[in-house]
Design a protein around this ligand. Structure first.
Ligand SMILES: Nc1ncnc2c1ncn2[C@@H]1O[C@H](COP(=O)(O)OP(=O)(O)OP(=O)(O)O)[C@@H](O)[C@H]1O
Length: 262
């Protein structure tokens, strides 16, 4: 049991007026230090609800966590105080999403937003951390772009800003939920390369949530296939892709044209 992050038999429900939706129905998975783990499945399979549970970011209400544990270095994130959890967010585990506009403040310059998430530093130190963070995320002309508002940047650059912001606290785990889905194919490849490069440089683990098995084949070490809130199968990417154990995984693979060509 030496995994960095361990999800054990997680259950996530949304208690709505119309009834209870079980989004995650007993998911177990683990993340090793430094690896890229992909979580794949169709829309509605519970990928995002699982990812958001790690930092308890599902909206409460309607979300409840009726069962399971999420262990980081042996501490259960589902039962930790809000105060301790805030320290975990960013310092230990960071998250990026499909649409950076939902996480960026449209009224603030991006440099100021990055400075805000630098913790335990003076204002001057926080400001000094901004330009290196933008550069590390592959943003050219960082001094100028730090003064831009989110809408003045392209989708790819906005995602790079989110990555800069996520990594400024040097987390051990980065959870990326469909980070390239909204981007065109060339930019998508650039962002995936950036994530791979940063993962190597800092030895962090990446949990990549995606419905795109082509992306998984390119960047992940291991894969967990989910359906209806449950794990269908998991294993290293080559074995699962070459010899899927379950019909559902075979169907998903058949529906991925980029892999058929490979
Ligand atoms: N805030 C919420 N309120 C109510 N139901 C929710 C909420 N978030 C998720 N759900 C429900 O939980 C189930 C799982 O959703 P989830 O977003 O985790 O799936 P997903 O695999 O990430 O799909 P997608 O790829 O479309 O994001 C779905 O039935 C969804 O409608």
């Amino acid at each position: 049991m030496s995994a960095l992050l361990e999800i054990e038999d997680l259950r996530v429900e949304f208690r709505l007026n119309t009834g209870t939706v079980t989004a995650v129905d007993g998911v177990s998975l683990h993340v090793e230090a430094g690896e890229t783990l992909a979580v794949v499945g169709e829309s509605g399979s519970g990928k995002t609800a699982t990812a958001l549970s790690v930092l308890r970011l599902n909206p409460v209400p309607p979300c409840v966590y009726p069962g399971g544990r999420i262990l980081l270095d042996g501490r259960d994130l589902l039962r930790m105080s809000e105060k301790d959890l805030r320290r975990v967010r960013g310092d230990d585990i960071a998250m990026i999403f499909q649409d950076p506009m939902t996480s960026l403040n449209p009224l603030k310059r991006v440099g100021a937003q990055i400075a805000e998430v630098v913790r335990g530093a003076s204002r001057a130190e926080a400001r000094a951390a901004v330009i290196p963070a933008l550069r590390e995320a592959g943003i050219n002309d960082a001094e100028r772009r730090a003064g831009y508002y989110p809408h003045q940047l392209s989708g790819g650059l906005r995602q790079r800003v989110m990555i800069a912001m996520a990594l400024v606290g040097r987390p051990q785990v980065l959870i990326a939920d469909e980070p390239t889905t909204a981007l065109d194919v060339t930019v998508q490849a650039q962002i995936l390369n950036l994530l791979a490069e940063l993962r190597q440089r800092h030895g962090m683990a990446v949990v990549l949530i995606t419905h795109d098995l082509g992306v998984v084949a390119e960047v992940a070490d291991r894969v967990v296939v989910v359906r209806h809130g449950q794990v269908v199968e998991s294993g290293d990417v080559l074995s699962v892709f070459e010899q899927p154990a379950k019909d559902y995984t075979r169907e998903l693979l058949r529906a991925t044209p980029r892999l058929e060509r490979a």
